[in-house]
Design a protein. Sequence first.
Length: 371
Amino acid sequence: MTAPPARSVRRRGASVRVKLALSYAVVVMIAGAALFAVGLLLLRYVPESLNAYGPTRAQMLQVFYKYAWWSLAALAVIGIAGGWLLAGRMLRPLDRIADAARRVSAGSLEHRIALPGRRDELTDLADAFDDMVARVQHTIDEQRRFAANASHELRTPLTVIRTMLEVARADPGGRDVDELLRRIHDMNERSIALTEALLALARVERATDPDVLERMSVDLAETAADAIESVRADAAEADIRIITDLLPAVASGDAALLAQLVANLARNAVVHNIEHGFVHVTTAIVGTEAMLTVTSSGAQLDTALVATLTEPFVRGEGRTNGGTGGSGLGLAIVASIVHAHGGRLELIARDEGGLQVVAAVPAACSTSPAE
């Protein structure tokens, strides 16, 4: 594990509050000096003597100089004191933000600034910080759940294999070697499939950086046709009808990732289905989006469960065809691909049973609804 970089040692300087107070005092002094200069300029135009009983210009200048210096001194004091108080009031939200940053750096991701008041630069900064911490906390929680679920999923087949071997070792005379080998083979294949799914998810997450995504024109209709052909045999074995309505839908995106997206949805629709069910696949251009819709039959699904199906290792219980629950990563990979392309993914539980998945990604510039 790489150690965090050491903080550079900075020499202690004047605080921001002191700098703001001095700056405020300097501004006040400059304004006072400007008024002093204006008054002095006006006195230059006063006659030497207004009348026999009035003060002379020299006397007025003497009095002006005396009180002007006192006024400048008073302005300096007022500027420093007022600047100190105003700076403290203005910097109080920054102290709150700094305290929150220290708590978060210490591991308290639940802490939020929650800065009150109307919108300004400081509240924008506080809200942006709170949003960032919330996203970091959500990501860390997801990683923790993923690690726990992955450990459980990988441990389950190994535990089953160990149990079967212990039972066979305890009863050498009654064990069925062929059945034992078959079951070990099934568990081993499940472990291999899960490991490959984990590697696929890792590859997708590395390859789905929106800034480095290699975009080209990809027709979802052609990609869907290829994906359907790859699962048609499994669908025929379970007597599942595949219905297609594939209109040209040229998307802008990575060809390999979009192909994996369509393949995962097609396979999920067949594997998580019921006998004598159906799968309906449509593609079309809707507005500025290339849209793929996969509707499949199945058992009734709870809306709350459907909302979590894009999380790793979440499966819809009771709707698995052929006795295989899959890896639970298919829709997680789909969600990562759609997110990387700046699209949207909708999962809708059908009233009649089953699921409808809508994946929409930006259409290619050369494609329009008229085309």
